[in-house]
Design a protein around this ligand. Structure first.
Ligand SMILES: O=C(O)CCC(=O)C(=O)O
Ligand SMILES: [Fe+2]
Length: 319
């Protein structure tokens, strides 16, 4: 259920206290709720990338995996990453702490908002676990960005260097979806694409993520312990549209609470991000260059609206 931070409490309280009654009409989602997933067969063909092959010293294995990565980005904008090296226990601990955070009394949660540094008041060791996990994700993201650059025919460090990735804006979202008495009337998160280069998602054992593929919603049933990785808007821009930032959404169920943790990696805020110049030697530029900070504002304002935020920086066909 989409909400501002001020009404998160009411959704959770509603789910906990009054779960059997109809959901308030302001949570009804009319846009694409009836556009149900009808392509379960496709779920089996979601690409799987083996991270240990990408980082292999064997040039043949590495090159083959770079090709597979490029294909996954071009055809799906999305893949499951296995053998990424993050321990099962760290991922479990992160999910546990995330649940504990959502279960804190509202008063205690408010301290997170009131304090300028969202991490400073975190109790129960959440900060340490979240930092450790995010650091590991950033190392993986860096390697993937190198592979993705190569798959586009660019130098491996090209996107990292030109975007200021190493001082980039990276952040973590922790989503909680309580059981919804009428999951056919509401969405957990409406269709959207993510800002930045790559988004990494893990979830508890409850499914709900769907991606749009060839016009159809496809259920994503992650392989245990894999990272679900999707392309964000800035990679679509840098690749000049070759790797589209995938539309995805979260659906609800009426039985179990679902949690997902998403880490987004992106450029430095003051960097102008546009299509890679080398690609424009042979192609027309599909996007205007814009500072990441400014795009971020655009994206936050229109994230769940009808048109896509990327449309606002798309060059018109007439140009
Ligand atoms: O919870 C999910 O499956 C999707 C979360 C998501 O897309 C997001 O936080 O941007
Ligand atoms: Fe997302």
């Amino acid at each position: 259920m989409v909400s501002t931070s001020s009404d998160i409490s009411s959704i959770k309280a509603f789910a906990e206290s009054n779960g059997a009654s109809p959901i308030p009409s302001n949570y009804h989602s009319f846009a694409d709720i009836n556009d149900v997933a009808d392509a379960d067969g496709l779920a089996a063909s979601i690409p799987v990338i083996d991270f240990s092959f990408l980082t292999s010293d064997d040039p043949q294995i590495h090159t083959k995996t770079v090709d597979e990565l490029g294909k996954a980005c071009a055809e799906w904008g999305f893949f499951m990453l296995i053998n990424h090296g993050i321990s099962e226990s760290l991922m479990e601990e992160l999910m546990k702490k995330s649940r504990e955070f959502h279960d804190l009394p509202m008063e205690e949660k408010k301290e997170f908002c009131d304090n300028g540094d969202p991490f400073s008041p975190i109790r129960h060791g959440y900060r340490e676990v979240a930092f450790e996990y995010c650091e590991k994700i950033t190392v993986i993201a860096r390697k993937l960005m190198q592979g993705i650059s190569k798959s586009l025919g660019l130098e491996s460090s090209s996107i990292i260097d030109s975007s200021g990735f190493d001082s980039g804006l990276h952040f973590m979202l922790v989503n909680l979806y309580p059981p919804c008495p009428q999951p056919n009337l509401a969405l957990g998160l409406p269709s959207h694409s993510d800002v930045g280069f790559l988004a990494f998602l893990i979830q508890n054992e409850i499914g709900g993520l769907q991606v749009k593929h060839e016009g159809k919603w496809v259920n994503v049933n992650p392989i245990p312990n894999c990272l679900v990785v999707n392309i964000g808007d800035q990679l679509e821009v840098v690749s000049n549209g070759s790797y589209a930032s995938v539309l995805h959404r979260a659906i609800l169920n009426n039985k179990d609470t679902r949690i997902s943790v998403v880490v987004l990696n992106g450029p430095a805020q003051d960097k102008e991000i546009g299509p890679a110049p080398k690609l424009l030697e042979k192609e027309k530029s599909l996007f205007k260059s814009i500072k990441y900070r400014d795009y971020f504002q655009v994206q936050q304002k229109s994230r769940f609206s009808e048109g896509r935020p990327l449309d606002q920086i798309r060059n018109s066909a007439l140009q």
